[in-house]
Ligand binder design. Structure first.
Ligand code: C2E
Ligand code: CA
Ligand code: CA
Length: 403
């Protein structure tokens, strides 16, 4: 089972030989050069930087999965890791959390008995971006801080907008601004490939300011055409250093002649946990100015109930990783359900992210969720396409009502 592509080495580590054989068979078919390891002590001998994927069992005699995770973190491994276990999902989730927190790249978790399609899908997901990049002259994800600085100066960063709709009335209530970089040579670059860079290189303040200006200007433009909606802007923790941020928001709202209630600032849980008093100072003043404040990706961070209680948030967005698994994973269902109940008790509006199907829409509607966002409704689109999307959405609503 050899492959011509030297970058696709895969190690499978499990003390059960039949599992190793099964994974070798599936991965071999997917084009990987597989090495099976049944004694975890051999892992250190076999592992090298050119390993692309490691599929590992958590429970093994000798060195268990948690110890392997520790070892991989110590050598700064860049391999994609698939964790598997015969234990229930909670053990797998906590091992994944541990590996993530140690900076490793977990690409999937598999409960035994292993489903072929789940494994194939994980291997496929891992190999596709590499193929795409290898076909292009440039590495499609690699951009430099200088390029980004230039892009901000040249206004190459534009906003796409993803609609957010009220589940009961189906009305469009808000759009979320999602940054897109139209690179003159590399084409469209997605935020996951430049937000981190902006944060590390001190450009996040300028980037946020540009996204905000564009969002408020598009929102004012929509208002003049009779489309009055709120606009949400993502603000990362690193952009919340300046205590004058709420004043800057207010100034921009006045410049664009918009009511503060038309703006929603979305922050992730990490922004709440980094420096609580600093964050509370900014958040409280944002709300005092009449601007809305939303907790994004809820469930993926470590904010305490006490902090959520103390913080002045009026919206909570349940992370799409839970929403999308809620039909197949009981734990994810419990997290979505509890988040909805919790938000209601705390008098916050609750939004389900990642609604891709009618089934998911129905599930969150049944749990009493207020608003929904996701590909079922619309992906992020340019501002100019929103009126056209609205016409299509009204037709789809009729079908939803009759379903
Ligand atoms: P986010 O704030 O959680 O935004 C939602 C992301 O999920 C968007 O990806 C959106 O296109 C995608 N999405 C929405 N519905 C679905 C769905 O049904 N299925 C799937 N699979 N995906 C869906 P995008 O645009 O690539 O943005 C990724 C992240 O980058 C955002 O996550 C946000 O954290 C960050 N980001 C985007 N724009 C900005 C910005 O201007 N400033 C900052 N600080 N972060 C930004
Ligand atoms: Ca967001
Ligand atoms: Ca989110």
């Amino acid at each position: 089972m050899q492959t011509n592509n030297p970058s696709s080495r895969l190690l499978v580590v499990d003390d059960e030989e039949d599992i190793c054989e099964f994974i070798s068979f599936v991965a071999g078919k997917a084009g990987y050069a597989v090495t099976s390891i049944t004694d975890s002590h051999d892992f250190i001998k076999e592992y090298s930087d050119d390993v692309s994927i490691i599929v590992m069992d958590l429970t093994m005699p000798g060195m268990d999965g948690v110890e392997l995770i520790r070892h991989l973190a110590s050598v700064d491994s860049k391999a994609g890791i698939i964790l598997m276990s015969g234990f229930d999902m909670s053990v797998l989730h906590s091992a994944k959390e541990l590996a993530d927190s140690r900076g490793l790249n977990v690409i999937g978790i598999l409960e035994k008995p292993i489903s072929i399609s789940n494994l194939e899908e994980m291997l496929d997901r891992r190999s596709k971006p590499r193929e795409d990049c290898s076909n292009s002259k440039e590495n499609c994800n690699s951009v430099t801080a200088d390029e980004l600085r230039q892009a901000i100066q040249n206004n190459e960063i534009t906003n796409y907008y993803q609609p957010k709709v009220d589940i009961a009335s189906h009305f469009l209530v808000a759009v979320e601004a999602l940054a897109r970089w139209h690179h003159p040579e590399k084409g469209m670059i997605m935020p996951d490939d430049f937000i981190g860079l902006a944060e590390e290189s001190g450009l996040i303040g300028d980037l946020t300011s540009q996204v905000l200006d564009n969002a408020l200007s598009d929102c004012a433009g929509g208002k003049s055409k009779g489309i009055i909606v709120q606009v949400a802007v993502n603000v990362s923790a690193k952009a919340l250093t300046d205590l004058n941020f709420p004043d800057q928001l207010q100034k921009k709202l006045i410049e664009h002649k918009l009511d503060p209630s038309q703006l929603i600032i979305e922050v992730t849980e990490s922004a709440i946990t980094e420096d609580i008093s600093h964050a509370l100072d900014i958040f409280t003043r944002i709300r005092m100015k009449g601007i809305h404040l939303s907790i994004d990706d809820f469930g993926t961070g470590y904010s305490s109930i006490q902090m959520l209680h103390r913080g002045p948030f009026d919206e909570l967005k349940v992370d799409r990783s839970f929403v999308q698994r809620m039909e197949t994973d009981q734990d994810a269902h419990v997290i979505v359900e509890t988040s909805i109940v919790f938000s209601k008790k705390m008098r916050m509006k609750v939004v389900a992210e990642g609604i891709e199907t009618q089934e998911l829409w129905d599930s969150v509607a049944k749990l009493g969720c207020d608003e929904a966002q996701g590909y079922f409704i619309s992906p992020a689109i340019p501002a100019i396409e929103i009126p056209h999307w609205l016409i299509g959405w009204k037709q789809k609503q009729l079908k939803l009502c009759c379903a």
